[in-house]
Design a protein around this ligand. Structure first.
Ligand code: MLT
Length: 408
């Protein structure tokens, strides 16, 4: 009989969001008429920006003509999209990133997992705790961790706790590490990192010859002028960091799928025999073999996010969700809860009331308010005692959810 990948058997029972869905389905079977409000998974709810939709429609019509038809696109993404990204997201902020260093993909979830393909098995890995579960699970699946240990942590990983006690700022690892996952604005805590805090990481990584995997999927939600949007705003980051970006949350592409990774040509790793190897070459090789690109239609939609119409529609979308975030934050404070995040990110991170743990609070809100959130412990042991609410929903639903919580 064939053998399975035993690493999968080390995984905790289920991925966090399907586990929540399972509990919610169970609740709905017993309470079919419950008017549930979902502030759990960070999935957008507002329609796609008109500029993106119009561009996609045009692209579909082009595909219906002999001259406009396109088959396989470049595995790296179309040059015109890569150029817009390089100019608008990086060069406009003083970051020296070229279109060639941008690889279009179908999601940051995929990119942040797939990147392990080009990295050796022996790297020592650091993740924050709590953390976006994909970073941990993809390392487990590819055999880069030990077994699941007490508190739901995996052997072999270096966990960097983030909590109110350290202002959600991870400390530098005490033992040397090679790979560091950082996510700012942070999922799940909603915390952001200042220029100074990011410089600390870039300096550390350059000194250790480590690589930072920087997830900036929520950068569009940054409101404070002084917070960097990209790790490349920090001197030295081109030598030590890969950045992941996405159109999912800012332009509402969670169902449409378009994202990108930035792999500077100045990043190197070592082969077993000590030779320097350019990471860009390996990723380019990986994508050429395993990926056929994002569809032309979707890339045209993403390109339209950079038109002046697209930019202003996206700004409105982001403001809309951030107003939700403020509403959640202020309502919960009024309800007597301690809350964090939510100012520069679409996530509000809540300290659960005394005497409850994260899953108890999940069940309590589900049963008593018919509101679905995400238990902090699902993001890691140090997330125990916290709870995440996402700002991605209609104003009406967010307001109703807050009224219900206030009435508890
Ligand atoms: C979340 O809720 O944490 C996000 O939906 C995760 C994701 O974007 O995959």
């Amino acid at each position: 009989m064939i053998q399975v990948n035993g690493n999968y058997l080390k995984l905790k029972a289920g991925y966090l969001f399907p586990e929540i869905a399972r509990r919610v389905t169970g609740f709905m079977e017993i309470n079919p008429s419950a008017d549930l409000i979902r502030l759990g998974i960070g999935d957008v709810t507002e329609p796609l920006p008109n500029a993106c939709r119009q561009a996609m429609k045009l692209a579909i019509d082009e595909m219906g003509t002999v001259d406009g038809f396109r088959g396989y696109g470049p595995e790296q993404g179309y040059e015109w999209l890569r150029q817009k990204i390089a100019q608008n997201d990086f060069q406009a902020r003083g970051c020296e990133i070229s279109p060639e260093e941008i690889f279009i993909s179908d999601g940051s979830k995929c990119d942040s997992s797939n990147i392990l393909d080009i990295l050796g098995d022996g790297n020592r890995i650091a993740v924050t705790d709590p953390v976006y579960p994909v970073y941990v699970d993809s390392n487990v699946m590819s055999g880069r961790t030990g077994e699941l240990e007490e508190e739901g942590r995996y052997g072999g990983l270096t966990y960097l706790p983030i909590s109110a006690a350290n202002n959600f700022e991870p400390e530098l690892p005490k033992e040397p590490v090679d790979l560091i996952y950082l996510c700012f604005p942070n999922n799940p805590t909603g915390a952001v990192a200042t220029q100074e805090q990011l410089s600390k990481w870039v300096d550390y990584a350059n000194k250790q010859e480590a690589l930072i995997l920087f997830d900036a999927a929520y950068e569009a939600f940054i409101q404070s002028e002084e917070i960097p949007h990209s790790i490349y705003e920090i001197d030295g980051a081109r030598e030590c960091a890969i950045e992941f970006r996405s159109f999912s949350k800012n332009a509402g592409f969670t169902g449409t799928r378009c994202a990108f990774s930035v792999i500077p040509k100045t990043l190197f790793g070592k082969s077993k025999d000590g030779k320097l190897v350019e990471l860009w070459n390996l990723w380019n090789r990986r994508q050429s073999t395993k990926f056929n690109g994002v569809s032309y239609i979707i890339q045209r939609g993403a390109e339209a996010a950079y038109s002046s119409e697209g930019k202003s529609q996206i700004k409105k979308l982001v403001s809309f969700y951030m107003e939700n975030s403020t509403l959640i934050k202020t309502s919960l404070i009024e309800a007597g809860l301690k809350v964090f995040g939510g100012d520069n990110a679409p996530y509000v991170w809540i300290k659960v009331p005394e005497g409850m743990d994260s899953w108890t609070f999940f069940d309590y809100l589900l049963q008593e308010a018919n509101v679905v959130g995400t238990p902090g412990s699902g993001f890691g042991a140090a997330g125990e005692g916290y709870f995440r609410l996402s700002a991605f929903n209609s104003r009406e639903n967010v307001q109703t959810a807050m009224n219900r919580i206030a009435a508890l």
